[in-house]
Design a protein around this ligand. Structure first.
Ligand code: ADP
Length: 493
């Protein structure tokens, strides 16, 4: 909530995604839940994000906000104007109070169309994100509020900290404001040819150097944000270590090591009001740790949706972007073993066409054991988290991962690879007496299959399994602790 009346730190979240209106993955979830947690902890956190696909306040994201939150949206009388190549670009700003957080949606139908991310990165294709970043610096004219900290997320908003340090005017105007940058996924860096960037943005070309935003003759926005931001966080302690190694650094490990004094890994949380099996409006029967009976009803509904007959084999489920990162090539290579009748598998996802084809093919060959729902489907995701028995997440790398936390919160036991944030949240039952899932270490079919087999074996022991489910459901995945860690950094900034 914005107040301008107290001494609370004023934080502006600037993000390309905001769940559930414009969500592609976990970034959208984080930006929809962390600001609310910060407000509860005493900060004044607001959000700026694009009104994708909206025209004059209608359609696209803005209509989703009205439908899903039933809240009022007000168009502010003063637009934001950004100079790109000296030409003014006008953007309307719409304000809504969402779950106690003042949220500003920026609309310009030439820039913020129906798509969130371009299919390829070039200076032309990422201009909407440059506009978003610079508009955040002009926003004060429309909202009469100047943040102490601009908290930016991933390469789409990296132009903002770069401008705060290397734009002659903004560096002077915002000399008392600071930038904080969170790396949600180092694999995406926003790399493109430099032609046009400096002329359009007014950012000083002197930063196109080894110690600035230059990377092998290209612009690398993520590198620029790492160098220019006052503080950097990433989304789990283990990932903060991994990205400083050649194996996990995606070429930026050296830069991250140089700037490691300002890097911290803070584990993401989930919005436990939204992801709550007791109140979830997308599932057929609510349940809780005290009374798990509703979970069985959701399981039956999920089985019905797959056009299968009820039986006692475990349902192994998987929700995620179909990309190499999530380990789907490992899954596809193991299909003949997975289809051995010991369990049934349900996948929900969209992304890489070859992976989609592979899963479709697996479904056709083994329709009694394997079901693939292609697409992004929030409602179905909730049913899958609640109706599944085991959640499979064999990621090649995983900055934090929210899906394993959501699944544990819904009593669906994770089988994951021990990497990144999965190592910080999933603890193997055979290695820890308080374990909450199953881990495997090597990125190989055999390791994954052996962890799945261990889970299937334990599933047949109902009493043990119920204890395991309950341990996951009891774990505190809320933002409470991590929000305080963020506050601590803002306050020291
Ligand atoms: P990432 O950010 O790498 O995509 P996370 O595990 O951090 O992975 O977050 C993924 C989020 O996106 C979760 O909320 C998950 O439920 C959701 N999600 C991913 N794919 C789908 C899909 N096909 N349909 C619905 N929700 C999805």
């Amino acid at each position: 909530m914005r107040s301008n009346e107290n001494n609370a730190k004023k934080i502006l979240f600037v993000s390309s995604e905001l769940a559930p209106f414009s969500k592609v993955g976990g970034l959208g979830d984080v930006v929809s839940s962390l600001p609310a947690a910060l407000c509860k902890a005493g900060a004044e956190a607001c959000v700026l994000t694009p009104a994708y696909g909206s025209v004059e306040g209608k359609g696209g994201v803005l209509d989703k906000v009205r439908d899903l939150k039933q809240c009022e949206i007000n168009k502010l009388p003063v637009p934001v104007v950004v100079a790109l190549s000296g030409v003014p670009v006008y953007c309307d700003i719409y304000e809504a109070e969402i779950d106690g957080v003042t949220t500003w949606f920026i609309e310009n139908s030439d820039f913020f169309t129906g798509n969130i991310y371009p299919s390829y990165v070039s200076f032309g294709s990422i201009r909407p994100f440059i506009l978003l970043s610079l508009a955040a610096l002009e926003l004060y004219r429309a909202v009469d509020w100047i943040p102490d900290v601009f908290h930016c997320h991933d390469w789409p908003t990296a132009t903002l900290p770069i401008a705060l340090l290397w734009h002659n005017y903004y560096s002077w105007f915002y000399k008392d404001s600071k930038s904080m940058f969170t790396i949600h996924n180092l694999a995406h860096q926003g790399v493109f040819r430099p032609e046009g960037f400096f002329e359009q943005t007014g950012i000083d070309r002197s930063c196109f150097c080894y110690n600035g935003i230059e990377f092998y003759d290209n612009i690398n926005l993520l590198k620029g944000a790492i160098v220019s931001s006052k503080n950097i966080t990433t989304v789990s302690p283990t990932y903060a270590v991994e990205i400083q190694t050649p194996e996990g650094g995606v070429g930026l490990e050296g830069v991250l090591r140089v700037h490691s004094a300002k890097l911290r890994g803070i584990l993401n949380g989930i919005d436990t009001d939204y992801w709550n099996p007791g109140t979830d409006k997308y599932i057929v029967a609510p349940y809780s740790i005290e009374d798990l009976s509703g979970k069985k009803a959701n399981r039956s509904e999920l089985i019905r949706k797959c056009s299968w007959e009820e039986d006692s084999r475990p349902l192994i489920v998987c929700v995620g972007r179909l990309v190499e990162q999530k380990g789907f090539d490992l899954v596809l290579s193991a299909i003949p073993h997975l289809a051995d009748n010991k369990a049934r598998y349900i996948f929900l996802g969209t992304g890489n066409l070859n992976l989609e084809k592979g899963l479709l093919c697996a479904q056709q060959l083994h329709s009694d054991n394997i079901k693939f729902f292609k697409g992004f489907n929030e409602e179905l995701a909730h049913l899958i988290y609640s109706g599944g028995d085991i959640f499979l997440m064999p990621s090649l790398f995983e900055p934090c991962g929210l899906s394993q936390m959501i699944s544990m919160h819904y009593g669906t036991v994770p089988v994951t690879r021990a990497v990144g944030g999965l190592s910080d949240t999933v603890f193997d039952v055979e290695l820890n007496k308080d374990g909450n899932g199953f881990l495997f270490f090597d990125y190989t079919q055999d390791s994954m299959l052996s962890a799945i087999s261990r889970a299937i074996r334990l599933f047949s022991d109902e009493a043990e399994w119920t204890e395991l489910m309950k341990r996951g459901m009891q774990t505190d995945f809320s933002w409470n602790r991590s929000a305080l860690s963020y506050l601590d950094i803002y306050n020291k900034t």
